[in-house]
Design a protein around this ligand. Sequence first.
Ligand SMILES: NC(=O)c1ccc[n+]([C@@H]2O[C@H](COP(=O)([O-])OP(=O)(O)OC[C@H]3O[C@@H](n4cnc5c(N)ncnc54)[C@H](OP(=O)(O)O)[C@@H]3O)[C@@H](O)[C@H]2O)c1
Length: 317
Amino acid sequence: MRSNSNQVRLNNGMTIPVFGMGTYSFENDRKATENAVHMALKMGYNHFDTAQVYGSEAALGNALGEAISNGLIEREDLFITSKLWGSHHHDPVSALKQTLTKLGMEYLDMYLVHWPVRLKPWVCHPLPQEDEFEKLDMETTWAGMEKCLEMGLCRGIGVSNFSCKKIENLLDFASVPPAVNQVEMHPMWRQKKLRDFCRENKIHVSAYSPLGGPGNFWGSADVVRSPIIQSIALKHKATPAQVALRWGLSKGASVIVKSFNEERLKENIRALDLKLEEVDLLEIEKMEERKIMRGEVYVNKKTSPYNTIQQLWDDEI
Ligand SMILES: NC(=O)c1ccc[n+]([C@@H]2O[C@H](COP(=O)([O-])OP(=O)(O)OC[C@H]3O[C@@H](n4cnc5c(N)ncnc54)[C@H](OP(=O)(O)O)[C@@H]3O)[C@@H](O)[C@H]2O)c1
């Protein structure tokens, strides 16, 4: 296992390992997911990210359950995050119970509201259409999240894709403040304003798509191909992915990176051993920001649901 220093404390007293493995893949192949989780566990990964809508909960739970039975790891040494999809805002307790059944676990470490978006109850796919949205009543949703915590179904609750303004509204009525805000964050979308806001409010930022999602149809290889990132990598005999990941860690975020490939899983976790210099971080600050890499795919399409979602996000950031 990696050392305890690779953890940060959350506002609820828990610790979160700063290096997490993402499990969303477009193909959603159960065997490939299980295999990747097995490889990752052997390399020292202990923080795994899933969501109801990814369809990866069962495969993740299966692989982790097997590792626990074989004595490779104990449940207490794992940090598992899953997320409430927009179609279940009316009943987070039932949604989390379903998630736990799929995972074969008794509790989650972190349960997040996936998007500040409410969908009609039957919309269980990641690409909702315009007419599938419902009016968001975050106060009711959050009361359900707090109920999950009270019932011991999860150890912590948080949000994902929430702007400063959305968190501010939430803090007005929350009895339990969110411990985590998981957002897209990488050297080309640095989230400075949101990071500052979250720090002031003791909310931990977790970075998803920390490489910008290279190779994904919604993402871009621009981060890992950037000449600035490449020259910093060359200087440190590291890889561009390691530089991007270390940058996220240097900002106090945890990073949630997906790879199902053995070599890249190894390469990525070695970012924990990389040290960047102040001058490298300053160089990265100079990079042109191109928020919403996936926006290039979605935002320009008038019919796209993400037109709506990204506008919700972008207008308020
Ligand atoms: N909360 C949310 O709304 C939200 C949204 C998106 C994602 N997430 C979470 O964050 C995780 C990661 O995000 P992401 O998958 O969008 O982006 P990412 O981790 O930045 O990129 C993943 C892509 O990069 C490739 N890759 C991995 N390591 C690499 C390396 N060292 N060099 C070059 N390419 C590499 C992967 O392919 P291989 O598998 O072939 O290596 C995969 O195609 C997801 O799995 C999910 O758990 C959350």
